[in-house]
Design a protein around this ligand. Structure first.
Ligand SMILES: Nc1nc2c(c(=O)[nH]1)N[C@H]1C(S)=C(S)[C@@H](COP(=O)(O)O)O[C@H]1N2
Ligand SMILES: [Mo]
Length: 438
């Protein structure tokens, strides 16, 4: 007799597909878990079982370094990200939101881009976490536990923009290598921590200090423990700014694992690559830090402009410091339709690594005329500043709304993609959205 299950297989319309992504994990509330639960959660994931995420046991051990394929392309599942984030790469994880998801004043964790150079650290033991301060420009190495950092120094909270140096890379022509970021590799969260300058003062640094480099706990992609995934740094003046933090909280909670739990350097205004996640050590250097991805061509642009597509020798490249003036329209979503004679409210954020945005304007005629937007001041230096405007359209048809920000020194955003560079950094061209009036 034929196997009755075979018969069933043929008559049923479809095999039943098990969908692990239907199992809900409450990532947003992860920080309210009992701390031991949180540790267990991370440990479980790192042991390769991923059972909690899959909602069932994995019967045969996965090879080391493998993600269960059911979770492979799912930052929603792994990191609690919003379902509409775009995955640019999953080894390492590079994920960005579309512009309209960045509408919040303070970017919530689920809408924040992820930019990793290596692998998210495994087996984080918060109780044993140590920050070491070392380097040529101090007398004696010093260490702090998390508890010491939190109790010894005053706490500060700031709204701080983190923008990847390669944000907007996808618009460069000829194309440049790297994650093809569109507009979403930027965030503005509320970061809480202690000032790096307070720690440096406590350690005591020598007068020959010129740079502070970070070291972190993430593994190199090769899993070679002797290699660092990334170890960048900042000039000593930047390290001494009030807003440069060694942070342990984001948006009022422990920093999410993928954003640097339990400790992170935050130096807003520079490319976000200097804001080292999973911070384990800081080197106070008597020279420009020479860690992984610090030297040109990484995070560097030609010191003098070059022709698009040109090859540039490393010695003619300069390390990027301050990020340029920029803005993003976060409402409405590009492609919105409105009725004839209706007024459209637009809004978004503007920011700069230099000083302050003093003007935001919009145009619906490709820059022939500009009208002012209302602009907020922003909570502190390096916070993004909200803008909004009410836009009227003369008649039915297709329009583009363009927004342009200007800072207090008169620096503004170009309408065209600016200065081509071999690695595709610093595209601060105006953002534009499509509107159909019907
Ligand atoms: N330890 C460590 N820190 C890191 C990185 C990394 O790969 N490892 N990536 C850097 C880069 S290039 C960027 S743009 C930001 C991204 O921060 P986010 O993932 O929290 O948005 O973190 C920076 N800090
Ligand atoms: Mo980055």
């Amino acid at each position: 007799m034929a196997n009755p299950w075979c018969f069933f297989w043929f008559v049923s319309k479809k095999p039943i597909i098990w969908q692990p992504w239907n199992t809900q994990i409450d990532f947003q509330n992860m920080n309210t878990f009992d701390p031991s639960d949180r540790r267990n959660f991370i440990k479980k994931a790192s042991l390769g079982s991923f059972a909690a995420l899959l909602g069932t046991d994995i019967v045969f051990a996965l090879p080391k370094g493998y993600l269960p394929v059911a979770l492979e392309n799912d930052p929603q599942k792994l990191f609690g990200k919003h379902k509409d984030l775009i995955v640019r790469n999953n080894l390492p994880w590079n994920v960005e939101p579309p512009a309209h998801l960045l509408d919040d004043k303070i970017t919530p964790a689920d809408k924040m881009f992820i930019r990793n150079n290596g692998l998210v650290p495994e087996n984080i033991d918060v109780a044993k976490w140590i920050l070491t301060i070392k380097g040529e420009a101090i007398d004696q190495e010093k260490t702090y536990t998390l508890e010491e950092l939190k109790t010894k120094f005053p706490r500060h909270t700031y709204h701080l923009v983190l923008e990847c140096g390669g944000n907007g890379r996808s618009e460069f022509y000829p194309p440049t290598e790297g994650n093809q970021w569109e507009l979403g590799a930027v965030s503005c969260a509320e970061w809480t921590g202690v000032r790096l300058k307070d720690i440096l003062a406590d350690v005591g640094i020598k007068s020959n200090a010129v740079y502070v480099g970070f070291h972190a706990a993430d593994l190199h992609l090769s899993r070679d423990a002797n290699k660092e995934a990334i170890s960048r740094g900042i000039p000593i003046d930047k390290a001494r700014e009030d807003e440069t933090l060694v942070a342990f909280q984001m948006n009022g909670k422990d920093i999410p694992l993928v954003h640097g739990h339990p400790l992170r350097l935050i130096a807003s205004g520079f490319p976000a690559s200097v804001s080292g996640k999973w911070l384990t050590a800081l080197s106070v250097r008597d020279r420009v830090h020479d860690g992984e991805k610090m030297a040109p061509p990484s995070y560097s642009i030609p010191c003098d402009p070059v022709e698009a597509g040109a090859e540039v020798a490393n010695e003619n490249m300069c390390i990027i410091e301050k990020m340029p003036v920029k803005s993003l329209i976060t409402y409405p979503k590009s492609g919105a339709m409105i009725k004839e004679n209706a007024t459209l409210g637009i809004r978004g954020h503007a920011w700069t690594g230099e000083s302050r945005i003093t003007k935001t304007e919009y145009s619906i005629d490709f820059g022939a005329t500009w009208k002012p937007c209302q602009l907020e001041r922003g909570k502190n230096k390096y916070a993004w500043q909200g803008f909004e405007a009410k836009v009227d359209f003369p008649k039915k048809g297709y329009y583009e709304v363009w927004v342009k920000a200007t800072d207090d020194s008169g620096m503004s955003q170009p309408m065209l993609t600016p200065g081509w560079n071999p690695k595709g950094y610093l595209n601060n061209a105006c953002h534009r959205i499509a509107i159909k009036v019907t």
